[in-house]
Design a protein around this ligand. Structure first.
Ligand SMILES: C[S@@+](CC[C@H](N)C(=O)[O-])C[C@H]1O[C@@H](n2cnc3c(N)ncnc32)[C@H](O)[C@@H]1O
Length: 209
């Protein structure tokens, strides 16, 4: 992170923006459940709000200093801080009811790695779980803000197909000054293939009778 981020991201103004303008408009479309994973929490603007919405919040941060600060801040309570890379999550499949990513994907240097993070989020969600996310939109101002830092903004027009290709369904994509998205992992079909075939056979038999 460059100096601009070091000033903005821990500021009360940024926390206010994330907590009043971004997160409530996402959770309107999403049930976060009990267990949530937040990737790229930085100084914790979203963490502070999310920890009151779920029973357990795990936050995964790639920057050792930021992770250590968060771990000190949340030494007691329902937030578990982990140091790691969201492109390679160590959690088993289906570990979380929800995953969140806020203002972090544009810090991931390539489209392939951004997609890997989205695919990892899909993997660690339980069937029926939900991904919520937000990111800044490309602009000259944002480009200058990232001087000397990674700047790989998401093209909002690509988000639908990228999430759908990974397997997400029930998508809500909002563009209103920033990009916001909500995407669900489909719930498992209760029936096995055999049960499905048996149901079709029964329907056919009924139609023939
Ligand atoms: C601009 S900050 C946003 C922080 C916070 N989410 C917010 O909205 O205020 C982006 C954060 O993502 C973290 N990050 C970037 N790439 C990551 C990765 N691959 N895995 C985990 N965290 C990552 C950065 O270290 C940084 O703390």
């Amino acid at each position: 992170m460059n100096e601009n981020h070091a000033r903005l991201c821990p500021s009360p103004e940024w926390a206010e923006h994330i907590q009043t303008e971004v997160l409530p408009s996402l959770t309107e479309h999403a049930d976060l459940g009990d267990d949530m994973l937040e990737i790229g929490p930085g100084p914790g603007a979203a963490t502070e709000w999310l920890r009151h919405q779920v029973k357990r919040l795990t936050v995964l941060e790639i920057d050792a200093e930021a992770a250590a600060k968060l771990a000190r801040r949340y030494a007691d309570g329902n937030v578990e801080v982990a140091l790691g890379d969201a492109t390679e999550l160590s959690y088993p499949d289906g570990s979380f009811d929800s995953v969140g990513s806020f203002t972090m994907l544009h810090h991931v240097p390539t489209l392939a790695l951004q997609n890997k993070i989205l695919a990892e989020a899909f993997r660690v969600l339980r069937p029926g779980g939900v991904l919520i996310g937000s990111d800044s939109l490309a602009s000259n101002r944002l480009h200058h803000f990232h001087e000397g830092d990674t700047y790989n903004p998401i093209e909002p027009g690509t988000v639908l197909s990228r999430l759908q290709t990974i397997g997400f369904d029930k998508l809500t994509i909002m563009v209103d000054g920033i990009l916001k998205f909500v995407a669900h992992k489909p719930a498992e079909h209760a029936d096995s293939d055999e049960e499905w075939d048996a149901e079709l056979d029964a329907e056919e038999a009924e139609d023939a009778a």
